[in-house]
Every structure is written in structure tokens, then in C-alpha cells.
Design a protein around this ligand. Structure first.
Ligand code: CA
Length: 576
């Protein structure tokens, strides 16, 4: 047994409370090394009488490791435990102190999850598991009110540049709510809508005011209320890492220097303030027009937390997406969560974190993050075919153990966004590949999010090209893709197992991957063939049976295993 590879740590993503009764215990071992794993657990205050053993399941594997999990219901909410590991010719007991040849009985050397407190359980809002998001870049979605247009608007359909405007607004979203409803989405994420000078609005000037080019608070109230009437939730973008250059407190600092009462709201290194060659104050990246907030200053904290509360209480929004969330301090986000969840207990808190987000996903800060690793892997496998199915599945499997299961269920799975090339462009216009990627997004664990216009076949390179104006001319919309999106969304809505079930790859080799989504009651297989040739795949089933799937070039199949079983039963009966 390769003991070097064996890893466990209590609390965090290897031992966490899933619900008020259950603790998930996880273990990593070398791939294909350990045959059986058990958790021996009990109450340390009554080890003699209150003690059990539970078999662990090998949930996932990647190229190097097997990942095991057991769902444990502790006695009296207290848990002390050790592992028993078996291979064909060896067995070990594994405790906090290391490996043992025989079963230890001294409870103080065991791993411990001291007490399952309900208040500590990471509980993302339930509705998010059922959500299908649609992301809107408001300046480019629809112009519903020409009276609020900026001066010098471009004609709708012209090429977007870094700084041109097209006049899109909140009224435009309200006017097109039928498009969203017919598509089947049930949640909206809007990039920033507060007053700012740029077209993307990530340089906020006034957090308490809707950008006049987009509308006002009443237009936003109307949008949220009309969305709610149709079962669509609304999440707004909070840019709390930095403000805009024209944010009044920063302007005050520019004017008064260290005498400004806002001096300590920012990180000013030197005075007079310089914008170039690089700003002499902290900013987002080196963007002089985005001064970074000092979020440990109590006044800044109070101001931003008021903003977070205000839009929930006044307009009834359903959550916040947090821009550059990983560059803001954890202490701020902990208070932010308290404020937001007090204002609306089931509000969704979604962080923009492009890398491993485990420190933010422990239940005290965010509910979910934008799942860019998912984006990258899906594009590499489906669109570019630069990795094979094995690498694709291995890497997704590895990531499944980075976060608690409840976080995996509410990660925002995007295939593109206002910050990336559009999906169809990544696929070089190949709609067959595009569809495979979309079907994967709609059937994988986590929350799918459609970037506006993808559903009608819009293309676009890196920003600003991915921010083109929405095509509303029906003759220029891709009806086939629109129909495909509707079908995928309907499929996800129809099968609770796609929204709530577990997820496992049952086949991954070459250009074919087959994923199983399952609960105790349902099982769906979703098979993908990312190749221009026919494929025939054998899937091992219960009792040594084999199920064969034939896939057309660039084909896919969704198989309900209930139907497979009943099909077999029917065949058996017809023989009788
Ligand atoms: Ca307008």
C-alpha cells in the first residue's frame, strides 16, 4: 500500500457537515492501490458502546488518486473516527497520529469532528440548485428607451469597441422578458448597472444610483417584480474590490490629499496622486480608473454593506455576484454574508474566483463561485479537442473533491462570459461541437449559465468583441440552436436527477465520455462523441451486464436507465 499517497484532514473539504444529521468523510489514496476503505467511528465519551463501521465508496478517480467518501450520521452529534484500509495482502488503520498495524483503541489519537453545529453548516440556497441562469450585459442586450441613450450612440449591430455605446438599458430587458421566459431560464445575472462612465460599468461612480443610461430605481423595481411574477430571480453585480475614478470620495482625495476624510478609504502610496506611468495608489490591476477600496476601514465597510443591504431591501433582488472577489479580505466577506443573509436568507452569493476557491466556500463567505475550471476544460475537450476524454474526466474529478458537495451543486457553470471569447467562436463555428458543450453544461452538476445571445448563435472574440449587440431580427437568429437550448433546458427541468443528483463518469476514453447522474431513485446516462466517426461503447452495468451505446459522429445520447431496465423486462416477458 502506498502510504505516502494517503491523505485526510478533519474539517474543510475532507470532513464537513452536509446537513444537520450528516457528516461527509473523505479520503484520498493512490489510484488502484487500496481495495476497501472503512470509517470506524463513534462517540469519544462512550467509545465502548457507541461505535460503528461504515464502508467508503470510491466516488472519483483521476490519473494519480482514488477519492473515497462515506456519509456518517454521528452519535450525539459528536464524531471521532479512524480509517481501516485494505488491499489484497495488507491492512492498516489510519488515525491522526499515522498508520497502525492493529486497531488502536485510544480515542485521543483518532481524527475528530468535535460537534455538528447547525449554525456552522454550509447551506447554499435551495433554489439555486434548480436555477438556469442567463447573463446579460445591459448596454448590449436591448435598447428599450431611446430617450435615455448616451450621446453619440452607435447604430445597433455595429462593431463594439472598448468605449463605444449602443443604448441598451433595463427597459430593453423588460421588453424582452418573453424571450427569456420562452427560453426557459429562471434566473438573471446582470453585469453592473450602477452609475459609471464606461459601457461595462465596472468603474462605479455612485453605488446608490442606477446608471441614468440604463434607467432608474423604478425601472429596476419593475424588472425585478416582472421577473418574480414569472419565477425568474435576479442577481446583480457588486463591484466592491474597487470603485471608479469619479466615485465622490476618491475625487475628494484627489482634491484634498491627506486632509480628505476619505484618505484612508483607499491605499494611497504617495501624494500628489499620479495616474501614470503606473498609478501611485492601489487599483484593480494597474487601471488608474479603478482605485482599490481599503475594505478593512470601518467606514468603507459600513458604506459597502449598506449598499448590499439597500438593493435587497428596496428592490428585492435575489443575490449578488461579487467582482474580483478574491482580492477583497475574508473578514469583509464574512460580514457581508451576515448582512446579506439577514436581509434575505435565501439570497445567492456568487464570487468571481478563477482558481481554487476553497477558502471562500466553507459556509461563512460565498455560496458559489463562477466555475472557470469547468469552462476551460469543457472548451479544451469539446471545442478545441486539445485534451482527451480521460484527461477531461480526471481533471473534473479532481476538482470535485476541492469543495464540499453542497458547493459543487451551486457553482456557476459558464462556457463563456463578457470576459471571454464566445463559445461558438471557440468552436470555430462548428455547431455540432457547440451543442455537445452546451448539453454537457446542461447535464453536469452545478448551475448552468447562458451568456446572452449564445442561444441564437452569436459569435465574438475576446472582449470587447464578445460584447456585441443582441440580434433581435428573427431572420438572423439561429432557430436550430434556439430550439436546442430550449430542449436542453426542458430536459434539465424535467429530471430532478440533473439538478440534485450525484455525478460520475462511467466511461472516458479517446473522444467519448459517458456521465451518470444518479439519485437513489433515478439514473441517467449522458453520452458524448466528440469525433467525426461512429463510436460504440460498452458500459459495465450491475451484475456483470454490459450496456452498449452507439454514437453517431459528434452524436450524443441521453439514456434513462429506468427505461433500459423496463425494456429488458419487456423483452423477458415477451419470451414467456
Ligand atoms: Ca436606451
Amino acid at each position: 500500500m502506498l502510504l505516502h499517497a494517503i491523505y485526510h484532514r478533519p474539517k474543510g473539504n475532507f470532513a464537513y457537515a452536509y446537513d444537520k444529521d450528516t457528516i461527509h468523510i473523505r479520503l484520498q489514496t493512490a489510484k488502484d492501490d487500496v481495495k476497501r476503505c472503512y470509517v470506524i467511528f463513534g462517540d469519544k465519551y462512550d467509545w465502548e458502546n457507541q461505535r460503528s463501521i461504515k464502508f467508503m465508496t470510491n466516488l472519483y478517480s483521476d490519473e494519480l488518486f482514488d477519492y473515497w467518501q462515506a456519509e456518517i450520521v454521528p452519535y450525539n452529534r459528536r464524531l471521532c473516527y479512524m480509517f481501516k484500509l485494505e488491499s489484497d495482502d495488507e491492512q492498516y488503520w489510519y488515525t491522526e497520529y499515522g498508520f497502525h498495524d492493529s486497531q488502536p483503541s485510544y480515542v485521543n489519537i483518532m481524527f475528530e469532528y468535535p460537534f455538528l453545529h447547525e449554525v456552522d453548516i454550509f447551506t447554499p440556497p435551495n433554489w439555486v440548485k434548480d436555477a438556469i441562469f442567463y447573463q446579460i450585459f445591459p448596454e448590449r442586450f436591448a435598447n428599450g428607451d431611446i430617450s435615455n441613450d448616451p450621446e453619440l450612440v452607435e447604430e445597433w449591430g455595429n462593431t463594439p469597441t472598448r468605449d463605444n455605446f449602443f443604448g441598451g438599458d433595463i427597459r430593453g430587458i423588460i421588453d424582452n422578458i418573453n424571450h427569456l421566459e420562452n427560453l426557459g431560464i429562471n434566473a438573471l445575472y446582470l453585469t453592473p448597472i450602477f452609475e459609471a462612465n464606461t459601457n461595462h460599468k465596472y468603474d462605479t461612480k455612485d453605488y446608490m444610483k442606477i446608471d441614468p443610461h440604463f434607467g432608474d430605481i423604478d425601472t429596476l423595481k419593475e424588472l425585478v417584480s416582472k421577473c418574480h411574477d414569472r419565477g425568474i430571480r435576479v442577481v446583480l453585480d457588486a463591484v466592491f474590490n474597487h470603485c471608479g475614478y469619479y466615485f465622490a470620495p476618491f475625487q475628494d482625495v484627489l482634491k484634498k490629499g491627506s486632509k480628505s476624510r476619505y484618505w484612508d478609504w483607499f491605499y494611497i502610496h504617495d501624494y500628489p496622486i499620479k495616474k501614470s506611468p503606473r498609478p501611485n495608489y492601489a487599483t484593480f490591476a494597474f487601471e488608474y480608473h479603478m482605485p482599490k477600496f481599503n475594505t478593512s476601514n470601518p467606514e468603507v465597510k459600513e458604506y459597502l454593506l449598506d449598499v448590499a443591504r439597500f438593493w435587497i431591501e428596496e428592490v428585492d433582488i435575489d443575490g449578488w455576484r461579487l467582482d474580483v472577489a478574491n482580492e477583497v479580505d475574508h473578514a469583509f466577506w464574512r460580514e457581508f454574508r451576515q448582512v446579506v443573509k439577514t436581509a434575505k436568507p435565501d439570497a445567492y452569493i456568487l464570487g468571481e474566483v478563477w482558481h481554487d476557491a476553497a477558502p471562500w466556500l466553507q459556509g461563512d463567505q460565498f455560496d458559489g463561485v463562477m466555475n472557470y475550471p469547468f469552462t476551460n476544460l469543457a472548451i479544451e475537450f469539446f471545442c478545441k479537442q486539445s485534451i482527451d476524454a480521460k484527461e477531461f474526466a480526471n481533471c473534473l474529478n479532481k476538482f470535485m473533491f476541492r469543495y464540499p458537495h453542497q458547493a459543487n451543486q451551486v457553482l456557476l457553470n459558464i462556457l463563456d462570459s463578457h470576459d471571454t471569447k464566445r463559445l461558438l467562436t471557440q468552436c470555430k463555428g462548428n455547431k455540432k461541437l457547440f451543442k455537445l458543450a452546451v448539453l454537457f453544461q446542461m447535464t453536469y452538476i452545478g448551475v448552468p449559465c447562458i451568456y446572452y445571445g449564445d442561444e441564437i448563435g452569436m459569435v465574438g472574440g475576446d472582449d470587447p468583441d464578445c460584447r456585441r449587440t443582441m440580434i433581435w431580427d428573427k431572420a438572423r437568429q439561429d432557430k436550430e440552436l434556439l430550439e436546442f437550448y430550449r430542449d436542453c433546458i426542458a430536459l434539465r427541468k424535467e429530471h430532478v436527477v440533473l439538478r440534485r443528483g450525484d455525478c460520475k463518469f462511467v466511461y472516458a476514453s479517446g473522444s467519448q465520455v459517458v456521465m451518470k447522474r444518479y439519485t437513489d431513485y433515478d439514473q441517467l446516462l449522458i453520452a458524448f462523441n466528440v469525433s467525426d466517426k461512429w463510436a460504440s461503447i460498452d458500459i459495465p452495468m450491475e451484475k456483470g451486464k454490459i450496456y452498449n451505446i452507439k454514437l453517431a459522429p459528434y452524436g450524443y445520447k441521453i439514456i434513462n436507465l429506468k427505461d433500459v431496465r423496463s425494456e429488458k423486462q419487456c423483452t423477458a416477458q415477451s419470451h414467456i
